[in-house]
Design a protein around this ligand. Structure first.
Ligand code: B12
Length: 608
């Protein structure tokens, strides 16, 4: 990576009008003076005054803590689901310690601006009474880790949550890779994030924990686990050294390999200098498929290792038995309760197995992660300092890192060998499981695109790619596959809004637009896109893939909108085969002679 180019980039990034970190920290700390942390029904039941106090007890007693992720379409439906979960747990004699409230992404914006963007999965909290219910509805400790810290509404949401008795609030990682649609002022998002973390820091002695789910941010896009470890060191430096708050790391959603899952627990314990208190560990979300029975087996496997890791190295982190519908849509209340009950059965097996397990491979992995990760951290601090960043100023540091992006961070500061091929970047020393998954998908579909017929059809065809939200892997894979067929790609990346697509289409004149969407807003987004394209007088075929559902008021779960998208004149292609093929055929038919073999049949090897 050309460091002089990097230095020039940093200089242009720092041209932004940024207030001093010290002034923002001071402001955050003064706000904390008027905030009183509430008490939740869970605190009363467990006789604690913060979740941290409870976690330390769990560490002492080798007690496994359990987490459920919950977020129905409305707050009322979510409350209902919490009550059902608590009732089922009571009936079956187990405790659900905490619940992660999966809010609608609209919550990222200040309250008076939330209806500017499409509704997505999860509830909104817009009334004080609703925030109050958060801690009082059932004795399950609320965890707020989505669209809180890291967004324009960081301060107002953090204050609401603390007053409701929520003491573990996140999600620093989301600052870097997630965006609040239609909100372009990234500098103010960073300022609000530093202010909110400063409020948490000022109340550290009352047990506040700043949650950061590593794979929700840049680490989801790093190809190398050693860069992920370096990033964990960096987040600890930012939150604990520069802002004096207590950081609780989370990982696991994009990690399938059991040795890596256990190794990360050991590594986080080292990175946090043996005073590691984890918020939660995500289940292995990327290995889920459409076969629900197989998914049950998967939950049993990762949970077994997660429990044994906590018995071997207790960090008070909560474990998440994922519902079997993970790959299909947000789960129902019954599916969440069923998974929790299933999880308890696995704990018995894990406690019997634990004394017989050889943890050395995981310790070796942890040692490699920590030593290479420390090098990545040192490279980053040194590199940023040399580029003119004030490495003691949290506002400058967070802003420059966000603007730099994951790919350049890894290319600049990673420890893997620099690649000479067109891919660029670095050869991963320890490839992440999600990166390997994406390479596997490319291998599985490669022959469909990388063959004479496809090249004849696709060479020089102009396609535009975009993801409506943070989910970036499908468009990365499409980019690679279409490039192999010789197509010309304009890849707008992730978190792209309808108006951005229309403007780009006007200047790039693509022959088709391929959109990936996952957040339960497919129809509302498509309607806005249709209006934007018409507004730019554009008539370009659009294919939408991913999870084609829409959050609706009258149902607790998002509904499939494939037919509605067709009615709008769009091409729903939830999978890599299907709609994409029809789009190609129509295009090929209109512009080129239809050869004998090939596309008449199915595109997709999985027989989609
Ligand atoms: C990885 C992941 C994440 C990562 C994304 C990392 C990244 N930077 O890409 C992280 C952790 C950041 C994340 C965040 C969120 N996620 Co998510 N995520 C997933 C997960 C586990 C895998 C998705 C994935 O990448 N698969 C691998 C790729 C290759 O496959 P794919 O995306 O399915 O695409 C394939 C096909 O669908 C198709 N395809 C896809 N797009 C297109 C487009 C075209 C044109 C074509 C032809 C084909 C096509 O081809 C691909 C290859 O086969 C899914 C669950 C699952 N197992 O599927 C949940 C899931 C999609 N996420 C979900 C949600 C709700 C979220 C959040 C809103 C949660 C929250 N409250 O914070 C946030 C999003 C916030 C935001 N800012 O947008 C839900 C969606 C629920 C719904 N719609 O009903 C899911 C289903 C999980 C769940 N069950 O709740 N997520």
């Amino acid at each position: 990576m050309d460091f002089s180019l990097f230095h020039r980039r940093v200089r242009s990034i720092l041209e932004a009008e940024l207030p001093s970190g010290a002034s923002i920290v001071k402001e955050g700390r003064s706000i904390s003076g008027s905030v009183e942390i509430g008490r939740t029904a869970f605190m009363d039941k467990m006789g604690v005054s913060s979740e941290l106090e409870y976690k330390r007890k769990c560490i002492e007693n080798a007690q496994i803590m359990y987490h459920a992720h919950i977020g129905m379409n409305t707050w009322e439906d979510t409350l209902e689901a919490l009550r059902l979960l608590y009732q089922k747990a009571e009936e079956s004699g187990f405790v659900v310690d905490r619940a992660g409230i999966c809010l609608d992404r609209r919550m990222a914006l200040p309250e008076n601006q939330r209806d500017r963007i499409p509704a997505e999965t999860g509830p909104e909290l817009n009334a004080d009474s609703q925030w109050h219910q958060l801690g009082q509805a059932v004795p399950i400790q609320p965890h707020m880790g989505d669209f809180m810290i890291g967004f324009p509404a960081s301060v107002e949401n953090t204050v609401h949550a603390l007053q409701a008795g929520v003491t573990t609030i996140g999600n620093l990682s989301q600052l870097f890779a997630h965006e609040a649609p239609m909100w372009t002022d990234k500098a103010s998002t960073v300022v609000e994030t530093v202010k909110a973390i400063s409020i948490m820091a000022a109340m550290k002695n009352k047990g506040t924990l700043v949650h950061s789910y590593l794979e929700d941010g840049f680490p989801a896009l790093f190809q190398d686990c050693t860069t992920v470890a370096g990033w964990a060191f960096l987040e600890k430096y930012l939150v604990e050294e520069l802002l004096d708050a207590k950081l609780a790391h989370c990982i696991g959603g994009l990690t399938s390999d059991p040795i890596k899952r256990v190794g990360w627990i050991f590594a986080l314990h080292e990175i946090h200098e043996h005073d590691c208190v984890g918020s939660m560990i995500y289940g292995d979300t990327i290995s889920f498929g459409a076969d629900l029975d197989k998914n049950r087996g998967l939950v049993a496997e990762y949970l077994l290792w997660d429990i044994m890791a906590q018995l071997e190295c207790p960090i008070g982190t909560a474990l998440l038995p994922l519902p079997v519908s993970e790959a299909l849509r947000i789960p129902s209340a019954d599916e969440i309760a069923e998974a929790q009950s299933f999880g308890r059965r696995i704990e018995d097996a894990a406690r019997r197995l634990h004394p017989h397990i050889d943890f050395n491979p995981a310790h070796d992995l942890s040692a490699q992660l920590c030593s290479a990760g420390k090098s990545v951290f040192d490279n980053a601090i040194e590199g940023l300092k040399e580029a003119g960043v004030d490495i003691r100023d949290p506002v400058q540091m967070l802003y420059v890192l966000k603007m730099l992006g994951a790919a350049d961070f890894e290319a600049l500061f990673g420890v893997g060998k620099l690649r000479e091929d067109s891919l660029g970047g670095r050869q991963p020393v320890l490839p992440t499981d999600v990166f390997e998954m994406s390479q596997r998908v490319i291998r599985d579909y490669g022959h469909l695109f990388d063959n004479p017929r496809s090249r004849q059809l696709l060479k020089g065809r102009r396609f535009m790619l975009a993801s409506t939200d943070v989910h970036a892997y499908a468009i990365m894979i499409l980019h690679e596959l279409l490039s192999r067929a010789g197509a010309e790609i304009t890849n707008l990346g992730a978190e792209i809004t309808p108006d951005q697509i229309a403007r780009a289409a006007e200047s790039c004149d693509p022959e088709a637009v391929l959109i990936s969407t996952h957040n339960g807003m497919a129809l509302e987004y498509a309607r806005r896109l249709k209006a934007e394209l018409a507004g730019h007088d554009l008539d370009v075929p659009v294919a939408l893939g991913g999870i084609l559902n829409q959050k609706v008021e009258h149902a607790a779960l998002p509904v499939d909108v494939t037919a509605d998208l067709k009615e709008l004149g769009f091409h729903p292609s939830p999978k890599l085969g299907g709609g994409f093929h029809k789009l190609l055929e129509r295009n090929a038919g209109s512009k080129r002679e239809e050869p004998e073999t090939g596309y008449g049949g199915k595109l997709d090897p999985a027989g989609e």
